[in-house]
Write a protein of this length. Structure first.
Lengths: 116, 116
DNA sequence: CAAATATATATAAGTTTTTTATATATTAAA
DNA sequence: TTTAATATATAAAAAACTTATATATATTTG
C-alpha cells in the first residue's frame, strides 16, 4: 500500500486544508497532516515543507486566522477559517469536483460503440 | 461556463497526454489541446507553454516517439507511445483514480452519523 | 540515565512545473 | 489586407513543491 507519488497532489493542497478546517473548525498543522494520513489510509501524505508555506499563504490571503496556545509545554498554532476562507473552501471543493468530472471524461476507457 | 482555474491541472498533464495517445495512437500537439478542450467542453484547457515542455520531457524519458510530417505546407510533429509509454499510461491513469478516491474521502460532506 | 520516537513549528536551498510572453510561419476567411 | 485558425517552439519569470535542516519538548524504550 504505497502512497501515490503525490504528483497529483500538486494544486490540491489548499483545497484539502480549507476543507478540513471547514469541517473541523480548528486545527493545528501537525494535526492536519495526521488527519489526512489516517483518513486516506496513508494514500495521501502532506509534508511539512509543503504544508506550512500553504498555511502561511492562506493566512496572508485572509482565509485563515491563527491563535497560539501552549499545550503540554509545547506551542501549538491553531488555524480557523475567516468568512472568506469558508466561502473559498466551498468554492474550491466544488471546483475540484468539476475538474474530476472533466478528467473522468478524458480518462474513461474508450467506448467500443457497440451499444446503441 | 468558465474553465476551472486549472490549478488542479498541475500534476495531471502527463497523465492526460499519455492517456490520449494510448487511445488515439498518434497525435500532434495542437490536436491534443483541441481534443482536450472539446471533450471537456472547455473545462480543461492545455496551454502550449505547458504542453510542449511536457511532450519533450516525455520524449526524453523514452515514453514517446516523434515523426515529423508536412501537411498542407505546415509541419506537424506526431507523437506515438513507446512500449514503456503505454505501460506508464495505464499506470498513471490508475494512480490518478486511486488519488481521486482518496480525495473523495477528504472532500465528501461529513456525515451526520444519524443512520446506523 | 541515554537514546529513540513522537509531537510541534519553521525555514532555506534547490528543483520542477507552470504561466506568460514572444517568435515564427502557412492557410483561409472576412 | 488584416484577422483568425493552424502549428511548433522557447525564454523569462513566477509558483509550487521536495528535501534537508534547525529547534525544542515529552514520552517511551533500553
Amino acid at each position: 500500500m504505497e502512497a501515490t507519488s503525490n504528483e497529483f497532489l500538486r494544486g490540491t493542497l489548499k483545497t484539502i486544508v480549507l476543507k478540513l478546517l471547514a469541517e473541523q473548525g480548528r486545527m493545528y498543522g501537525y494535526e492536519i497532516t495526521q488527519s489526512v494520513k489516517e483518513r486516506t489510509n496513508g494514500e495521501i501524505t502532506l509534508t511539512f515543507g509543503a504544508l506550512y508555506p500553504v498555511l502561511h499563504k492562506l493566512e496572508q490571503e485572509g482565509f485563515l486566522l491563527t491563535e497560539s496556545e501552549e499545550v503540554d509545554g509545547r506551542l501549538r498554532k491553531y488555524y480557523t477559517l475567516t468568512p472568506s476562507g469558508s466561502a473559498t473552501a466551498i468554492q474550491k471543493v466544488s471546483e475540484f469536483e468539476r475538474f474530476v468530472e472533466a478528467m473522468q471524461i478524458l480518462l474513461q476507457p474508450q467506448q467500443g460503440l457497440s451499444i446503441g
